[in-house]
Design a protein around this ligand. Structure first.
Ligand code: C2E
Ligand code: MG
Ligand code: MG
Length: 861
């Protein structure tokens, strides 16, 4: 039969029975069980020997078979072939004998050594008792088991089930007693399960064996018993194998589960550690932020979205000279100028709308003491941990020192150091702004006055630079006092000043202003104990002329000023249409001259120089000629000053130098009479100041092959006087080269005659103004005599220019003047006319035929 004990207590704790009731139940059951066992033994012993042996064999087989239980998969229950022998003994010899087998079966199953002995003893005696009771019930129900087969089978199955149920109930009850808890109903019902069915089946098997024994005898039954035993043994090992497989699978599943749990717990631990780390970092960063905020050397503040100060650090308090309480909850914009506050509000709105990440502004804050504090403000959104909404973090850096320095630098860059007035750059800015405004509003009128002091150079030269400076400071102060507040007075440089008379009702207002300025300058200035009168010349031009650039307007005012100077100084002149035309013509001529030089449209005329005593041709003066394509011949008196002002004169000199040297060399090659003829070439101030004159002359000589002693460079007395120091080196080098040097227009430049002894010049050209008025006994005659005396005593040749009459020529000759040139002797000639001149009067004494020269000159003019 099946093992009912397996259903009840496989997990019973291996402890002795405790508790009074449990102990009482144990003793009671064990005693009753022992009684049933003893009774079974006695009944068996009274059986015939074969019967007693059958009981003994059945009990032994039950004991042996119980060692091979068949466990029901996924339950705690099991059964074994032992039940078959127990039920077979019941059917053969009654419940008392079967009780022995039942006890043996239980002992075989339960005696594992792991449990306390009280449990198997109780279960074995209980099994004997249960068998006795249930078996007795079966006997009562089926007094003769030899009856109908089906009835035997059915009775056996009912017995099997009942016996199992009784044993299970008994086991559960005992367990309940032991644990002091009544077994639940589902435990009682659930305890029946598959084992109950197995027990019923094994009981039926026993019944079948029993019936087979009735029909076929004991041998067949034994064989069947063996087969059944084999079957159960196979099943036992099969289930053992299955259990082993299950155990392996379970172990693997357990291992996976444990690993999963382990991994989950590691992940949980890591997550917890990470969270803790983050928390720590957050706390640290918060602490760091607060430290940085509090101890920052620059001002910092947290602002609400509406611009109120939430918190400000000590540096900001110090920067603005305000207490913490005074700042908190105050609108930051209230500390700024209204314009800056509006700008800040606007930028903050952009940051709040996420249009930009941050703002960066330079603002002017008000210190508590009323002073201005320039700051650089940078701000962005900031979320404080734990705060509901973000706020602005504002960093404020004091840049007042930088702003002051910038202001100072700007002031320096745009103001004159001496007078503190705006300088040329600043004046240009103001003028630009005025021109732009006039373009927008054509009704707006303004004027520019260009003012130049008339005698500043004299003051500077006679009183020294310090006095000159003082003069400029005081005179400009006086000018400034005459102006209206909207006018701008600027020093352009030297003694040149400009005034922008803005917002005029009428152009005549500028004239009134100019008169006022001239008037206030008429009052003498006390300068180092001297009463100095500071007259000035003023040029005026008006915005109504339609200017577009400040340079043009200033230039025209300058031109007008120049006109005032020409007209006699200490006055004003207006830039008008006539002047405008003059300037335009001049500008056009300048452009044309540039083209003419580039295209070599200029020519050279040669005016002969004669020895006045003999009439011998001594040389030529090379004179530039320009035949304008549309205007015709342009006088050197017109184009030479333009060339000088525009710097084109350097090109012009090179052209004349090169052309004339080449020409003379050509004549020398063609006719030996030219061998000792010399060439005079004029140079300008630019040529001398440029520093490259020696090289240029050398190159021209080298290029053309003319000997240096055949070339004389003419410089006006003015050039010599203004650039004496710088020109000296150049002149010496030219002399060393062998080139002659002549002072042109001598007598007009007020040069000190004492200079003549140190200058490396070898001839003086007496200006034609002396010659023109030369009469016997005139002052000009006295001057010429003095010059001739001085020149000859210093070993210099004296040349007279502008000889227009025979009388002039004779007087000059008589005064001892060595050489002469003039229309009377010969006009400047085109190169083609020169050989003819030589053929006609190579070394003839004067007079030459003036008509002839005039006829030739017509080729030129
Ligand atoms: P300058 O060097 O004193 O030249 C003499 C000027 O006097 C020439 O005028 C000449 O034509 C003029 N002249 C000669 N004899 C008489 C006379 O009897 N009566 C009158 N009224 N004038 C006479 P031009 O050619 O018109 O030149 C004027 C000035 O232009 C020159 O004066 C010179 O300073 C300058 N110039 C001419 N050509 C050149 C040149 O190639 N280079 C430079 N740097 N200046 C030149
Ligand atoms: Mg000359
Ligand atoms: Mg001259």
């Amino acid at each position: 039969m099946a093992d009912p004990a397996g259903t009840a207590s496989p997990r019973a704790p291996a402890t002795p029975w405790r508790g009074r009731l449990a102990t009482l139940a144990w003793y009671t059951l064990v005693l009753l069980g022992c009684a049933a066992w003893v009774h079974g033994t006695l009944v068996s012993l009274r059986l015939p020997l074969a019967g007693a042996l059958q009981v003994l064999a059945g009990t032994a087989l039950a004991l042996a078979a119980s060692r091979f239980p068949i466990r029901l998969s996924r339950t705690d229950q099991s059964f074994s072939a032992a039940s078959i022998f127990t039920v077979l003994l019941l059917l053969l010899h009654g419940p008392a004998a079967a009780g022995l087998a039942a006890a043996a079966e239980v002992l075989g199953t339960r005696w594992r050594g792991k449990q306390h002995w009280t449990a198997p003893v109780l279960e074995a005696t209980g099994a004997a008792l249960a068998m006795l009771l249930c078996g007795s019930l079966l006997q009562w129900l089926l007094p003769q088991p030899t009856g109908h087969t089906a009835a035997v089978l059915m009775a056996a199955m009912i017995f099997g089930g009942l016996h199992h149920a009784a044993r299970s109930a008994l086991a559960l009850t005992l367990q309940g007693l032991r644990r002091a808890r009544a077994p639940a109903l589902d435990e009682l019902v659930g305890g029946f399960g598959w084992a109950g069915i197995a027990h019923a089946a094994t009981a039926a098997t026993a019944a079948l064996l029993f019936i087979e024994r009735q029909h076929s005898g004991g041998v067949v039954m034994l064989a069947m018993v063996a087969i059944v035993a084999l079957l159960f043994t196979t099943l036992h090992f099969f289930t053992l194998q299955q259990q082993a497989d299950d155990a392996v699978r379970q172990a693997a599943a357990d291992a996976i589960e444990r690993e999963a749990e382990l991994a989950a717990s590691i992940a949980r631990e890591r997550a917890a550690a990470l969270k803790a780390h983050h928390l720590r970092e957050l706390e640290q960063s918060e602490r760091r932020f607060h430290n940085a905020f509090t101890h920052a050397s620059i001002g910092m503040a947290l602002l609400h979205f509406d611009g109120r100060i939430r918190q400000a650090n000590p540096a900001l308090h110090a920067l603005l000279g305000r207490e913490a309480v005074a700042l908190e909850s105050q609108l930051f914009g209230d500390l700024l100028s209204p314009a800056d506050a509006a700008l800040l509000r606007q930028e903050m709105a952009r940051v709040a709308a996420r249009e930009t990440e941050s703002l960066s502004l330079e603002l002017c804050c008000r210190h508590r003491d009323g002073s201005e504090v320039w700051v650089s403000a940078n701000s962005s959104l900031f979320s404080e941990p734990g705060a509901n909404e973000p706020c602005f973090i504002l960093q404020i850096q004091d840049i007042s020192a930088r702003r002051r320095a910038e202001h100072e630098l700007r002031h320096r860059a745009f103001h004159d150091k001496l007078t503190g007035l705006p300088n040329r750059e600043r004046f240009n800015e103001v003028l630009c702004a005025a021109l732009a405004a006039a373009q927008v509003d054509p009704q707006r009128r303004f004027a520019v006055l260009f003012l130049d002091f008339d005698r500043f150079k004299l003051i500077n030269d006679s009183q020294g630079h310090a006095a000159g400076d003082e003069f400029l400071v005081r005179a400009s102060g006086r000018l400034h006092r005459c102006l209206r507040h909207r006018d701008t007075l600027a020093r352009l440089g030297g003694d040149e000043f400009a005034i922008l008379a803005d917002d005029l009702a009428d152009d005549a207002d500028a004239v009134v202003l100019a008169e006022r300025l001239l008037e206030c300058l008429r009052e003498p200035l006390g300068l180092a104990g001297l009463a100095v009168t500071a007259s000035a010349s003023i040029g005026i031009t008006f915005s109504s002329m339609g200017y577009r650039s400040p340079e043009d307007m200033l230039r025209d005012a300058d031109i007008a000023m120049y006109r005032a100077k020409v007209d006699g100084k200490a006055r004003f002149a207006l830039f008008d249409v006539r002047l405008h035309t003059e300037v335009s013509n001049r500008l056009r001529l300048e452009a044309d001259l540039r083209d003419a030089l580039a295209q070599r449209q200029l020519t050279v005329a040669y005016q002969p120089l004669f020895e006045l005593a003999t009439g011998r041709l001594q040389g030529f003066e090379a004179l530039a000629r320009w035949n304008h394509p549309t205007l015709g011949p342009v006088s050197p008196g017109t184009f030479i000053p333009i060339a000088e002002e525009s710097g084109l004169v350097v090109q012009l000199t090179d052209f004349v130098l090169d052309t004339a040297c080449r020409q003379l060399r050509q004549w020398q090659r063609a006719n030996p009479d030219f061998d000792e003829i010399s060439l005079h070439v004029n140079v300008a101030a630019h040529d001398v100041a440029g520093g490259g004159l020696v090289t240029r002359v050398t190159e021209a000589l080298n290029r053309t092959g003319l000997l240096p002693r055949h070339l004389t460079i003419e410089l006006t007395e003015n050039i010599l006087m203004t650039q004496l120091a710088s020109a000296l080196g150049t002149l010496r080098q030219l002399r060393e080269l062998g080139v002659g040097l002549a002072v042109d227009d001598f007598g007009t430049g007020y040069s000190s005659l004492s200079h003549l002894s140190v200058l490396p010049i070898d001839s003086l050209k007496i200006d034609m103004s002396f010659v023109r008025n030369l009469r016997v006994g005139s002052s000009e005659a006295a001057v010429i005599r003095a010059i001739v005396l001085l020149g000859t005593s210093l070993g210099k040749r004296v040349i007279a220019e502008g000889i227009e009459t025979r009388s002039q020529q004779e007087q000059l000759r008589d005064l001892g003047c060595e050489l002469g040139q003039g229309f009377y002797l010969s006009r400047p000639l085109p190169p083609a006319a020169v050989p003819h001149l030589l053929n006609a009067a190579p070394t003839q004494p004067v007079p030459l035929d003036p008509l002839h020269e005039h006829a030739m000159d017509r080729h030129i003019h």
